[in-house]
Write a protein that binds this ligand. Structure first.
Ligand code: GTP
Ligand code: MG
Length: 255
């Protein structure tokens, strides 16, 4: 078929294939969720409805993209880890980030009413998305450790900050002043001595974030037998230490 004289503009499109043999991470993050969470009356410091909606949206992404072997979420962000050898969209970076981000955002809106039954979003929420490559197993582990450490640091701060405001009646400026320069031990001490909160007993989902992995689970058959089915399961465990990776050593081994 003859090509139009305009066809040449296609050549302006740039090649953005991700390097082979590297872990591909797509991270989505809510745009301006400080404001969005306030305007939608998110509970402080953590809103379980909002976190379960984020997990629901992430499950939709993992159901669609079978090459995502693990996802990690906290606050208004989710990271999706594709198998090192994935060939989905020929590893094109923009295809991966835009499809993941678009599906995540639409699922967030689609499932909103299941988690917030009495309200509607006041405006369309926005998530940004980016693709980042990690060449070694150590790099991908360090990436996930970085996000989980961030979850811990922010959650300990926010738990103490909001206890000072909601339970001790401090203003946000006073609470910020009180926490300025404090170490994690100091915040643990404030929580325990002033509010009888043992931070280590706070729900794991809040302290550790959410990990989504695939597990083979036995399904009962009508004839009494069983067959294995892959299911996405949620965990709220530590992913910084070795235990999780020893238990899930298939994740880091190329099949
Ligand atoms: P950009 O990502 O740069 O657009 O800014 P942002 O306002 O989204 O901030 P960021 O992503 O750094 O942080 C997410 C913000 O979302 C937090 O600072 C909180 O204000 C808010 N947030 C996330 N989860 C919760 C929650 O469960 N409860 C409440 N109250 N706020 C939350
Ligand atoms: Mg954000």
């Amino acid at each position: 078929m003859a090509k139009s004289k305009f066809e040449y503009v296609r050549l302006f499109e740039t090649e953005d294939r991700c390097l082979p043999n590297s872990w591909i991470v797509v991270r989505v993050d809510g745009k301006g969720f400080h404001k969005f969470s306030t305007e939608h009356d998110y509970e402080k410091p953590n809103d379980l409805r909002a976190l379960s909606l984020m997990n629901n949206a992430a499950m939709s992404v993992m159901e669609e993209f079978k090459d995502i072997c693990l996802a990690y979420g906290q606050s208004d962000e989710y990271s999706f880890v594709f198998r090192k050898e994935t060939q989905v969209y020929s590893r094109r970076s923009a295809k991966l980030s835009t499809n993941v981000c678009s599906l995540f955002t639409s699922a967030f809106v689609y499932y909103w009413s299941e988690h917030f039954p009495t309200s509607k979003p006041l405006y369309p929420p926005v998530f940004d998305g980016r693709t980042v490559l990690y060449p070694s197993n150590q790099n991908i582990r360090d990436y996930l450790s970085w996000r989980q450490a961030d979850c811990h640091i922010n959650n300990l701060y926010n738990t103490t900050f909001w206890a000072l405001i909601l339970k001790a009646g401090l203003t946000p400026v006073e609470a910020e002043q009180k926490l300025k320069g404090t170490l994690s031990g100091d915040k643990n001490e404030i929580l325990f001595s002033q509010f009888s909160i043992n931070y280590n007993k706070e729900p794991e989902m809040l302290r550790k974030g959410t990990i989504l992995v695939r597990r083979k689970v036995p399904i009962a058959l009508p004839d009494g037998g069983t067959r294995e089915k892959s299911q996405i399961v949620q965990q709220h465990t530590d992913i910084i230490g070795d235990e999780f990776w020893n238990e899930n050593n298939h994740l880091l081994t190329i099949s």
